[in-house]
Design a protein around this ligand. Structure first.
Ligand code: HEM
Length: 411
């Protein structure tokens, strides 16, 4: 019989029970575990936080480990260490403060109301997306097509100043990038499919950066190409990479969060009714869904020196994978971690690590939280019930946690 530790690669995150079981065994028996390609997987919540906090030892700059990655990293906030990271983050951070983001709420609500199919029985104004049952007691639709994809992508496209009409292309690109199966992360930069996809995306965004440099407006791309950072402005390549990060980080994760929220509520009888009865519980529910199903299950860092983690020496220039999914399921941080409990104390404001930790803590967290709250408020107000329906969900494999499709039945 093989045990979880006999493997030489992690299980696919598409098989959530298998991956949670494997992570629990690692936390107990091998909290720093080396895989076939020499990646060191870190699984205890306390160690994950140390890795994410100590940027001098655990660098976001992979150029010493993967020199080919450098080209794609120019201007990528997630690939920078201090002090460059702080200067670049400052450039856009004003647009993502909770106060600034709160100003987007009316637009997010308007979009959500337009996108959601009418409730059954609301025959007037019935939308072409939903399929009504003959008795009009239920309406079936795909939640990802109807809302979870178009809502966040439209919001971030409008912030960047990109035409929302291009969202079909954004979806194709995101789907392609997040579906690619690359076992060895060191090989990802050499993968021709990834290179081609990135080339196409940065080509498209580079055109927008040039256009905005010539004629700036008040959108985020204009800010990226005109604001000085450390006495200079970003070049088109840096600005295109940065806008690519904002475009994709700004939608795929929230798409996954919305689908994960509906699936978790569906798995817990009474949870939908509880939110309908008390919508003020929605923000805490969103945090608990993020804890149970973080859309980014892991991230990566490169060691700058030999370092000991949980008694294991990790050599310099190694890739370390801190597992957010493991930190959020570590009983040392969250008692009885598999239990869905939106009333957990300490949840919210960084208590769970689905948005990361330290200087790279998700810039878009206030926006993601707002979009998820408004979406759940509107859905619970509109539908007496929302359950997962029959049909394919197509979970993502590899590096993100969630599904590409989510058939639902609203009553
Ligand atoms: C549920 C939704 C989201 C989740 C779970 C999520 C998760 C994360 C995580 C885990 C990180 C840290 C990565 C690391 O340390 O390596 C991160 C960083 C980031 N996120 Fe999000 N994110 C979400 C939504 C968004 C949105 C809506 C935006 C909007 C633009 C966004 C923009 C960013 C950016 C720019 C960074 C890099 C920050 C830095 O390096 O300083 N994210 N996100």
């Amino acid at each position: 019989m093989t045990t979880a530790l006999d493997r030489d690669l992690p299980p696919d995150v598409a098989d959530l029970p298998a991956v949670l079981d494997w992570l629990a065994r690692l936390r107990a028996d091998a909290p720093v575990w080396r895989d076939r390609y020499g990646m060191h997987h870190v699984t205890r919540a306390a160690d994950v936080e140390v890795v994410l906090r100590d940027t001098a030892t655990f660098s976001s700059d992979f150029s010493a480990v993967m020199p080919e990655a450098q080209q794609m990293s120019k201007g990528m906030l997630t690939r920078l260490d201090p002090p460059e990271h702080g200067a670049l983050r400052h450039l856009v951070s004003r647009s993502f403060t909770p106060k600034r983001v709160a100003g987007l709420e009316p637009r997010i609500r308007e979009l959500t109301r337009e996108m959601l199919p009418d409730a059954p029985g609301d025959v007037e104004g019935s939308t072409p997306i939903g399929q009504r049952s003959s008795t009009h007691r239920s309406v079936s639709f795909d939640l990802v097509d109807a809302l979870a994809f178009p809502l966040p992508v439209t919001v971030i496209a409008e912030m960047l100043g990109l035409p929302a009409a291009d969202r079909g292309r954004f979806r194709q690109w995101a789907d392609g990038l997040f579906s690619m199966q690359v076992e060895d992360p060191k090989e990802a930069v050499n993968d021709p499919a990834i290179r081609d996809a990135m080339g196409e995306i940065t080509g498209y965004l580079g055109d927008w950066c040039r256009a905005r440099r010539a004629a700036p407006t008040d959108d985020l791309i204009s800010a990226l190409v005109t604001t000085e950072v450390d006495g200079r402005v970003l070049d088109d390549e840096e600005a295109a990479n940065f806008s690519m990060l904002l475009l994709f980080a700004g939608h795929i994760t929230t798409t996954l969060l919305l689908g994960n929220a509906v699936r978790v509520l569906d798995e817990h009888p009474g949870a939908w009714d509880a939110l309908r009865a008390d919508p003020s519980a929605i923000p805490a529910t969103v945090e608990e869904v993020l804890r149970l199903r973080p859309p980014f299950p892991m991230t990566a860092r490169a060691t700058t020196r030999d370092v000991e983690i949980a008694g294991v020496t990790v050599p310099a220039r190694s890739i370390v994978m801190p597992w957010l999914l493991s930190a959020t399921h570590d009983p040392a941080a969250h008692p009885d971690p598999e239990r869905f409990d939106p009333t957990r104390r300490g949840i919210g404001g960084g208590a769970q690590t689905a948005f990361g930790h330290g200087i790279h803590f998700c810039l878009g967290a206030p926006l993601a939280r707002l979009e998820a709250r408004v979406a759940l408020e509107e859905m619970t107000a509109r539908y007496a019930g929302l359950t997962v329906g029959e049909g394919e969900q197509r979970p993502y494999t590899g590096r993100v946690l969630g599904t590409r499709r989510l058939p639902v039945v609203a009553t």
